[in-house]
Design a protein around this ligand. Structure first.
Ligand code: PHE
Length: 338
C-alpha cells in the first residue's frame, strides 16, 4: 500500500493530482483510515503493532505528499517566471503617429496669417439659400454670370453653396450698417464639375472681407502681398490682373511669381512666369447697399482663394483628388512638414 502510494505521488505532475491522491489514501474513506478504524476487530496483542504501522504509513505518505507538493509549486513558479521574462534589450514597436491633414494645415496656416493682420474667423452654412449665394451678391435670377458656378440645387431656392462669398452678405447684415468688418471665412463649397486632377465637385475656399471708411484697392494689394510672401517666401512677387466678378468692381485676379521657373518648359506656369492663386476686388456698391451698408460712407475689398490649389503649389501635389481619398501613403508624407 505504501509503495503504491509513493510511486503514484512521484508520478504526479500537478497540484490537482496530489490533492486527489491525498484524498484517496488519507481521506475519510481511504484505506489507512479504514485499517485504523477496523482495529477493534483485531486481537488485543496485535492492536499496538497495527496501530503503529498504520500511523507510520500515514506519516510517510503525508510527508511524501507535502514534499511533492512543494516541488510542484516551486516548478510552477519557475515556469511562470520563465514565461514572463522581459527582454529589455528588445527594440520597441514603433507607435503609428497620426497627423493633421495637409489641407487642414494649410487652412490653419492661412487663418493664422490673417489673424495676425487683425482679421477674425467666421463660418457659415454649406446649405445656402439662393438669395445669399447669388442674389445678395449682385447675381439676380437668370443672370448669365451664374453659369460661372454650376450648382447643386436642393429645391428651387436652396442649394449647396458654390463659394464662401454668401458670408460677405450674412456678415454685413449682422453688422447692421456699421463698420469696420474684417473677417476671413474658411469652408467647404460645391460645384457641379467633373472630377479630374484639377477639379473636384467639392473643395475648400477661404473668403476675405474688409469693409470700413477709406478701404482702398491698395489695402487689398498690401494684405494680399503680405499673405503671398508669408505663404510662399519673401522673394515672391505678386501682380493683379483685371478680371470680372458680379460682386466686385473693379475685380482682379492675383498671380504670384513662378517657383523655380525654367522658362518655356515650366510645368507650373507654362513658361509665363506667373501662377494665378486667387480672385478678388472692391466690394460692389450694390452688394454693400443690399446688406445695409451706406456705399457713400463705406468701401471694402473681398477676395476668395482655394486652399487646395495653394497646398498643391506649396507642396508640389499634382492631383487634387489626393486630398479626399485618404490614402495613408499620401498623408504620411506630411508627417514632418511644418
Ligand atoms: N467667390 C469667387 C469665386 O468663387 C471668388 C471671389 C471672392 C471673387 C470674393 C471676388 C471676391 O470664384
Amino acid at each position: 500500500l505504501k509503495e503504491e502510494a509513493v510511486s503514484k505521488i512521484e508520478e504526479a505532475s500537478n497540484v490537482k493530482e496530489i490533492q486527489d491522491i491525498r484524498v484517496a489514501y488519507l481521506g475519510k474513506k481511504g484505506p489507512i483510515t479504514e485499517i485504523l478504524r477496523g482495529m477493534g476487530k483485531l486481537p488485543a496483542e496485535e492492536r499496538p503493532k497495527m496501530g503503529q504501522l498504520g500511523n507510520e504509513i500515514r506519516a510517510i505518505i503525508s510527508d511524501k505528499l507535502d514534499e511533492k507538493m512543494e516541488q510542484l509549486e516551486k516548478a510552477a513558479v519557475a515556469e511562470k517566471l520563465k514565461k514572463e521574462t522581459i527582454d529589455v534589450t528588445m527594440p520597441g514597436r514603433p507607435v503609428q503617429k497620426g497627423n493633421h491633414h495637409p489641407l487642414t494645415r494649410v487652412v490653419e496656416e492661412i487663418e493664422d496669417l490673417f489673424i495676425g493682420m487683425g482679421f477674425s474667423i467666421a463660418e457659415g452654412p454649406e446649405v445656402e439659400t439662393d438669395y445669399y449665394n447669388f442674389e445678395a451678391l449682385n447675381l439676380p435670377k437668370n443672370h448669365p454670370a451664374r453659369d460661372m458656378q454650376d450648382s447643386f440645387y436642393i429645391t428651387e431656392d436652396i442649394l449647396l453653396r458654390t463659394h464662401t462669398s454668401p458670408m460677405q452678405a450674412r456678415t454685413m447684415e449682422k453688422h447692421e450698417g456699421k463698420g469696420p468688418v474684417k473677417i476671413i471665412v474658411p469652408g467647404r463649397v460645391y460645384r457641379r464639375d467633373t472630377d479630374d486632377a484639377t477639379h473636384s465637385h467639392q473643395f475648400t475656399q477661404i473668403e476675405g472681407l474688409m469693409v470700413g471708411e477709406n478701404v482702398r484697392m491698395s489695402d487689398l494689394k498690401g494684405v494680399l502681398q503680405t499673405f503671398a510672401k508669408e505663404m510662399f517666401g519673401q522673394e515672391r512677387e505678386i501682380r493683379l490682373r483685371p478680371s470680372f466678378f458680379p460682386f466686385t468692381e473693379p475685380s482682379v485676379e492675383m498671380d504670384i511669381s513662378c517657383f523655380n521657373c525654367g522658362g518655356e518648359g515650366c510645368s507650373v506656369c507654362k513658361g509665363t512666369g506667373w501662377i494665378e492663386i486667387l480672385g478678388g476686388g472692391m466690394v460692389h456698391p450694390h452688394v454693400l447697399e443690399m446688406s445695409g451698408f451706406d456705399s457713400k460712407k463705406y468701401t471694402g475689398f473681398a477676395f476668395g482663394m482655394g486652399p487646395e490649389r495653394i497646398a498643391m503649389l506649396k507642396y508640389g501635389i499634382e492631383d487634387i483628388r489626393n486630398f479626399y481619398t485618404n490614402d495613408v501613403r499620401f498623408l504620411k508624407q506630411f508627417n514632418r512638414v511644418n
